[in-house]
Write a protein that binds this ligand. Structure first.
Ligand SMILES: Nc1ncnc2c1ncn2[C@@H]1O[C@H](COP(=O)(O)OP(=O)(O)OP(=O)(O)O)[C@@H](O)[C@H]1O
Ligand SMILES: [Mg+2]
Length: 315
């Protein structure tokens, strides 16, 4: 095994009864990088995170963390990783400070050290005002931040974040992005799942897209965007009422309509031929347009193209 590979996922299968959550997933993560695991609801992201963090055992295949098999030596793996699961795991009847200190003692850290780290993390996650309040009085975003903070108290080499920014307001989301970037600068490896494609685009070095338990694409966001070779044709109708008529007139595979903005986009596979054909069809249907533009695809569009699903709706 190459020594710079810190997470190695090798042909993992996992079923719940007759639901095949993972069907042969493989990928590797280099040390010190951020990997984004993307996929629509039910793709198998949480199942994979749970396997990598020793909470679930795979049916087949294996996963190595720093070369250690997660199913065979779970406690050895646990001492190197941190996890903030999809649903915040905080004890409602403890204060923010107590929650952090509890997690710290689970790592067998000296009390004084736990206190120092807890104070620093509470500051970093803007929770100092609420340190002594029971977490049942916290807002959803505060719980989320506390949960991510507790995943860091053991100063793990590898951090797993399952939808870390879901439910956070834009400011808290940006702050968390900065924290994650800071950790990676210091050498931490991060695997995060996200429903926000712009988050993967901005934050991650590499992206693995899974759908129905299988890897459908992987690469940098730039590489993934180049998989829709010709780009995307974006057409703005003069009158928003005409979006449906335009979709019908174009009669192409996979047009995407934005009714609120009056925009129809289509992936372009044959470059200029599609552009001239499209303009002819629009003319023939007598639909007035205000703008037409050939541009590079967004990660959203790559995702749609690869998974054939609608964009996942954040929970
Ligand atoms: N404990 C369970 N028992 C039965 N089926 C399960 C269980 N956990 C997950 N599944 C099923 O396995 C599949 C993968 O679920 P998983 O939670 O891994 O998806 P996900 O990609 O994390 O989705 P989301 O984006 O909604 O969090 C889904 O079909 C789900 O219904
Ligand atoms: Mg999930």
């Amino acid at each position: 095994m190459e020594s710079n590979i810190i997470i190695s996922v090798e042909d993992i299968y996992k079923s719940y009864g007759n639901v095949h959550a993972l069907e042969g997933v493989s990928f590797q993560v280099p040390r010190g990088s951020i990997l984004g695991l993307l996929g629509p609801n039910g793709a198998g992201k949480t199942t994979l995170v749970n396997i990598l963090t020793t909470l679930l055992k795979p049916d087949k295949g294996r996963a190595l963390i720093s070369g250690i098999d997660v199913a065979r030596q779970p406690s050895k793996v646990r001492s190197r990783i941190g996890l903030a699961g999809q649903f915040a795991a905080v004890d409602e009847n403890l204060t923010g400070k107590e929650n952090l200190e509890l997690v710290g003692t689970l790592y067998h850290l000296p009390r004084a050290e736990v206190r120092v780290r807890a104070r620093r993390l509470l500051e970093e996650f803007s929770l100092t005002d609420a340190v002594n309040r029971k977490t049942k009085t916290y807002s959803g975003g505060m719980r989320r931040r506390l949960d991510v903070a507790s995943s860091l108290i053991g100063e793990p080499e590898i951090l797993f974040l399952d939808e870390p920014t879901t439910g956070l307001d834009p400011k808290s989301r940006l702050e968390l992005w900065e924290t994650i970037e800071g950790l990676v600068r210091k050498g931490t490896t991060v695997l995060l799942t996200t429903q926000y494609l712009e988050e993967a685009d901005y934050l991650t070095d590499r992206i693995v897209i899974i759908d129905q338990g299988k890897v459908v694409a992987q690469g940098t966001s730039k590489e993934l965007k180049s998989t829709i070779g010709g780009g995307v044709l974006e057409i703005h109708v003069a009158d928003k009422q005409h979006v449906v008529a335009l979709v019908e007139a174009l009669n192409v595979f996979g047009p995407h309509a934005d009714f609120a903005l009056g925009i129809v986009t289509i992936p372009v596979k044959e470059g200029t031929k599609t552009l001239s054909e499209t303009i002819r069809k629009i003319d023939a249907a007598n639909i007035e347009i205000s703008d037409i533009e050939l541009r590079k695809p967004t990660l959203d569009e790559v995702f749609l193209e690869l998974t054939g699903n609608n964009r996942p709706v954040p929970k």
